[in-house]
Design a protein around this ligand. Structure first.
Ligand SMILES: Cc1ncc(COP(=O)(O)O)c(C=O)c1O
Length: 489
C-alpha cells in the first residue's frame, strides 16, 4: 500500500506576513473594513486568573442553580432526545416564540408570534437586520457611543455610520432631527436608527419618555426604521419603568431585538427579532443562509425552563445582585477616581461609562492597567470615527463586590498617576478638566436629577470634544468615512 504523506502537525502562533501575502488576493473587499470586537480581543488578555476584568459584559452565570440545569437537560434527554438533537425550523419553534411573547409581555409588549424569528443570540439579530437592510455606503444612525459589538457588524456591511450624541437622557433627539434634515437635504435616506434605549451598552443611560415619544413620532413621520435593541430592559435597579419603543409604535417602524443572554444565559445563544412581515421574510432568508436554524437543543432547554414558571424569580434575583454591585462600583468610583473624571449612574443594565480628562488615552491607560492586573474596555471601541479616546466602559455584573473595589482602586491609581504627571509637565494649563469643550445640553433638555455627573458634580454629554476627535482622526491618518479605515490604522 502506498503511504499517504502526512502534513506536519503544528500550531501556528501568529499569522505571518508571508501568510497574509499568500492569501491577500483572495479576500473580499469587505474584509479590508472588518474590525474585530474589542471585547473579544480583550478576553484573551483578561483570561489570566489574576486579572480583574471589568471589561466583559458577562452576566453572573454562577447564580443559575446547577441542579435545575441538570434536571432540565436530563428530562430533555429522557423524553425528547431525538427531536432535541434534530434540525428545527429556520424561524424557530412555536414553543420558543411563546416564551419570547411571555418575556416581551413582562415589559408591556404584545407581539404576534408570527412576527418573530428566533436567532443565535442578539448579536446575530443585529447582523441579520443589517444584512437585510444595508448596502455598502448606506447610512446607519447610532448613538455615540454605541454598543461596541455592533460596530464590527456595521463595518462588515460597509455602512456609513453616523453617531448622535447622548447625554444623561439618552440619544439627543434634537441632534437626530438635525441629522435627518441634513441627510434629507443631501438626498440620502438612512436605512435605520440603531438604539439601545434602556440602560445602554456602553453608556449606562436610558432614553427618557419624552425622547422615546418623539423618536417614534419621527420614525412614523419619516417612515424611518428604528432598530430597538433591548437586552437589559428587565434589569432595572431603580426609577420608573419606561415603555419600549416597540410598544409605543405598535411594531410598524420599530424592529425589536431581544435576547435570553442577560435574563437567563448567554451560553444558550438565543435571541430574537420582531419585525413587520415584509422585513421579517427577508431576515428569515438571511438566517437560513447563515446557519439554517438556531440550536434546537437550547430552544428545548428554554421551553423546559419556562415551563417550570420560575424565570421571573431568577430575574428578580439577578436584579438584587446587580443592584448591589452597581452601588459598590459607584461608591468605589467616588473613592478612587480623581475629581477630573466623570461617570454615568445607571438605573439598570451592566455598565458604567467613565470619561477622563481629554489628554488621557484609555488605550494607553489599559496597557498600564493591565500591568496592575485590571482591565476595562477603552471607549474608542464604541465609536466608528476615532472618538471616545478618553473614555472607558466598566462592567459590574460579572465580578464580585471585592473585585469591583480592588479593580476600581487599581484603575483609579493609574489615572491619578497620569493626572499628576500631566499637571507636573503642564502646570500652566491648570488642573485637569474632564473633556473640556464638550457641548453642553440645552436648558430644556436638562433633567432635574441629572444622572451623568462628574466627580465635581457638573452635567456632561458622553463624548469628548469634536476638536479632540478630529485631532485623533487626523493623527490616525484616516479620512472620516468609517468604512474606509481598518482597525487601529
Ligand atoms: C446591546 C447589546 N446587543 C446585543 C448583544 C448581544 O448579546 P447576545 O448575542 O449574547 O444575545 C449585547 C451583548 O452584550 C448587547 O449588549
Amino acid at each position: 500500500m502506498t503511504e499517504v504523506p502526512q502534513p506536519p502537525h503544528k500550531r501556528r502562533a501568529h499569522t505571518s506576513t508571508r501568510d497574509l501575502e499568500r492569501y491577500a488576493g483572495l479576500f473580499a473587499e469587505r474584509t479590508t473594513v472588518m474590525r474585530s470586537s474589542a471585547m473579544r480581543d480583550l478576553m484573551a488578555v483578561t483570561a489570566r486568573p489574576e486579572v480583574i476584568s471589568l471589561a466583559g459584559g458577562l452576566p453572573d452565570t454562577s447564580t443559575f442553580p446547577p441542579q435545575s440545569f441538570a434536571a432540565q437537560m436530563t428530562r430533555i434527554a429522557q423524553e425528547s432526545a431525538a427531536a432535541a438533537l434534530q434540525y428545527g425550523p429556520t424561524e424557530g419553534f412555536e414553543e420558543t416564540k411563546d416564551c419570547i411573547v411571555e418575556v416581551m409581555a413582562a415589559e408591556g409588549m404584545l407581539p404576534d408570534p408570527d412576527d418573530i424569528v428566533v436567532t443565535t443570540g442578539g448579536q446575530q439579530a443585529i447582523d441579520l437586520v443589517t444584512k437585510t437592510l444595508v448596502d455598502p455606503g448606506d447610512v446607519v444612525i447610532t448613538e455615540a457611543p454605541t454598543y461596541p459589538g455592533a460596530v464590527p457588524v456595521f463595518c462588515s456591511y460597509q455602512a456609513d455610520v453616523r453617531q448622535v450624541e447622548m447625554d444623561a437622557d439618552g440619544m439627543r433627539i434634537d441632534l437626530l432631527e438635525a441629522l435627518l434634515e441634513e441627510l434629507r437635504a443631501a438626498g440620502r435616506r438612512p436605512k435605520f436608527v440603531y438604539t439601545v434605549p434602556s440602560f445602554q451598552n456602553p453608556g449606562g443611560v436610558t432614553l427618557s419618555l419624552a425622547r422615546r415619544l418623539r423618536l417614534v413620532e419621527l420614525a412614523q413621520e419619516h417612515e424611518l426604521l428604528v432598530v430597538e435593541d433591548n437586552p437589559y430592559g428587565m434589569l432595572r435597579y431603580g426609577g420608573e419603568a419606561l415603555p419600549p419603543l416597540y410598544q409605543l409604535d405598535g411594531g410598524d417602524f420599530v424592529v425589536y431585538l431581544g435576547t435570553f443572554s442577560k435574563i437567563l444565559s448567554p451560553g444558550i445563544r438565543l435571541g430574537w427579532v420582531v419585525a413587520p412581515p415584509p422585513v421579517l421574510e427577508k431576515v428569515v432568508l438571511g438566517k437560513g443562509a447563515a446557519d439554517l436554524c438556531t440550536s434546537t437543543l437550547t430552544q428545548f432547554f428554554v421551553r423546559q425552563y419556562f415551563g417550570e414558571g420560575g424565570w421571573r424569580r431568577y430575574v428578580e434575583d439577578l436584579v438584587g445582585l446587580y443592584r448591589g454591585r452597581r452601588d459598590t462600583m459607584l461608591e468605589a468610583l467616588h473613592e478612587h477616581f480623581p475629581t477630573a473624571a466623570s461617570w454615568t449612574e445607571p438605573e439598570g443594565g451592566l455598565f458604567i461609562w467613565a470619561t477622563l480628562p481629554d489628554y488621557i488615552d484609555t488605550e494607553d491607560l489599559l496597557a498600564k492597567a493591565l500591568r496592575s492586573d485590571v482591565a476595562f474596555v477603552p471607549g474608542r471601541a464604541a465609536y466608528v470615527d476615532g472618538r471616545g479616546g478618553n473614555s472607558m466602559r466598566l462592567n459590574f455584573s460579572g465580578v464580585t463586590d471585592e473585585e469591583i473595589r480592588e479593580g476600581i482602586k487599581r484603575i483609579g491609581a493609574v489615572i491619578t498617576e497620569q493626572v499628576e504627571l500631566y499637571e507636573t509637565l503642564a502646570p500652566s494649563e491648570g488642573s485637569a478638566q474632564a473633556a473640556p469643550g464638550m457641548p453642553g445640553r440645552e436648558a430644556e433638555d436638562m433633567p432635574v436629577d441629572a444622572k451623568t455627573k462628574s466627580a465635581s458634580g457638573d452635567d456632561r454629554n458622553l463624548t469628548p470634544s469634536a476638536p479632540e476627535a478630529d485631532r485623533r482622526a487626523a493623527d490616525e491618518g484616516g479620512d472620516v468615512l468609517p468604512f474606509r479605515r481598518a482597525e487601529g490604522a
